[in-house]
Ligand binder design. Structure first.
Ligand SMILES: O=C(O)CCC(=O)C(=O)O
Length: 303
């Protein structure tokens, strides 16, 4: 089992030292605790992470006028989402963040003129994420004793019938003229909707996870480690044996002086694949990712 300490409240696993069978057991045991696990040496290097972070940082440094040419369109997920536009927890004021979502490398709207190599850099990174995601999905199949490729076979991550997305979030340092309202967050509390999420944080911190005892605990960043968490669909496949945990990003005491950047690769099953529990017969009825996204948009008011 990985070290329970270095990630604070979240276990840390080393992917390099484990056989597929032990990796599957360790991953599952770690995820049972909070639905989150840090992984190290998992095939994506810190240099590769920095390279893609760099092109997103350049994008966020453009003027709002330049960025507005890439604004996310109604009914789509791809594109730029300005500060305060979303409140992932609809009961709170707008989130103090901006983001750039990439739904597919074939989407239209990449700032390649402003930032040469943007699309290619993002594409290469998404391929790396896809490889890691498949490795993790195979571990889950192993754990359930079903064919290795069961989950991989319903995650055609580069297809137009699949909503898997890379989202870079920028939490800018908040100048004095930005009023921080009572209860306002960097990113409101929510669970992720898909199968799993790969999260790349920097060293600033602010991410919190809701534990079983209803306490918010810090997901303290671990150097060169990637955070993996369970989404609502994987929770359903496992009949809640592993949880899709609520999480949020709070406004840190240094928010006026320090910016934060994170990147989340949201892995989703194919739009029309019926997701039902693989553990029990009498569970909730199957749901497809596209039905679930429609339901979430209707109930939360945003994509
Ligand atoms: O920025 C983070 O650390 C978390 C972002 C997140 O939870 C999300 O975009 O769903």
């Amino acid at each position: 089992m990985g070290s329970p300490n270095k990630g604070g409240n979240i276990p840390v696993l080393d992917f390099s030292s484990a056989s597929p069978a032990s990796l599957s057991e360790e991953l599952f045991a770690a995820l049972r605790q909070t639905g989150f696990v840090y992984v190290k040496h998992c095939g994506i290097t810190p240099e590769e992470v920095n390279c893609v972070k760099d092109v997103f940082t350049k994008f966020f440094a453009l003027s709002d006028e330049s960025k507005s040419g890439f604004t996310r369109k109604e009914g789509e997920n791809h594109g730029w989402v300005p500060m305060l536009r979303e409140s992932l927890d609809p009961s709170k004021p707008g989130d103090l963040k901006e983001s750039f979502n990439i739904t597919s490398i074939y989407s239209k709207g990449f700032p390649n003129d402003e930032i040469p190599g943007f699309q290619e850099t993002v594409h290469n990174f998404m391929e790396k994420c896809q490889f890691l995601a498949f490795q993790v999905l195979k571990c889950f199949a192993y754990k359930l004793g079903i064919p290795d490729d069961f989950f991989v076979g319903c995650h055609h991550l580069s297809s137009r019938e699949n909503q898997t997305a890379l989202r870079c979030l920028h939490y800018p340092a908040l100048s004095e003229d930005v009023i921080i309202e009572a209860g306002q967050l960097r990113c409101g509390k929510h669970s992720d909707w898909g199968s799993i999420t790969l999260l790349f944080q920097d060293s600033v911190g602010g991410l919190q996870v809701l534990k079983g005892d209803n306490q918010w605990v810090d997901a303290t960043p671990v150097e060169d480690a990637i955070l993996i968490n369970i989404g609502d669909m994987m929770q359903r496949w496992f009949n809640k044996e592993i949880k899709s945990t609520l999480h949020r990003v709070v406004v840190g005491t240094d928010a006026r002086t320090r910016a934060r950047i994170s990147m989340a690769y949201f892995v989703m099953p194919d739009d029309h694949f019926p997701v039902r529990s693989l553990k029990a017969i009498d569970s909730a009825p199957p749901v497809t990712m596209s039905e679930y996204i429609r339901h979430k948009i209707a109930t939360t008011g945003h994509y």
